[in-house]
Design a protein around this ligand. Sequence first.
Ligand SMILES: Cc1cc2nc3c(=O)[nH]c(=O)nc-3n(C[C@H](O)[C@H](O)[C@H](O)COP(=O)(O)O)c2cc1C
Length: 173
Amino acid sequence: MPVVIAGALVKGKENYLAIGAYGIMSMQPPLLYISSMKAHFTNAGIKETGYFSINVPSAGLVKETDYCGLVSGRDTDKSTVFSTFFGKVKHAPMIRECPVNAVCKVVKTVELPNNEVFIGEVVEYYVDTPCLTDNIPDPKKIDPMLLAGHSYRKLGGVAGAAFSAGKALIKKP
Ligand SMILES: Cc1cc2nc3c(=O)[nH]c(=O)nc-3n(C[C@H](O)[C@H](O)[C@H](O)COP(=O)(O)O)c2cc1C
């Protein structure tokens, strides 16, 4: 799972924050979650509109990504850090510079002591054409960053074939 930038409209203005606590909850229907601390400015916008976006930055956007995780939209305007675009849904600002974007409609919010976990159904998604190989998103071309302790790490090589490498250990009857 890469570090992502979540976006929302807060009082009509786009705001972006860095999120490491993000993941896929279900493929059918396609559900993603982000866990965002209650104090964050972005949360107000997600609750106001019922939508958020997920944007996957390439490693080249490390400074901008980190910046969105260091300053709050409460006192700093983050609307001009990136160029914003909208899809069909006009409530979820997306980042043009990020190669992968998704619009999520909030279907459930889980309240934790300090966080709100927004579970969103993906209703639109976009991948930059140069980041596709045989029409499939290519992680090497997307070049995402992984959050590992206090470092952003780039992807290494392939460790094995998913849904297949373990077959070698399945015992025959
Ligand atoms: C790499 C990175 C990952 C982060 N991940 C999360 C996260 O998963 N959840 C969270 O609540 N805050 C996370 N943060 C902190 C918020 O991005 C940060 O507090 C941000 O300034 C909040 O912005 P806002 O007040 O404009 O919403 C992260 C920050 C960084 C730098």
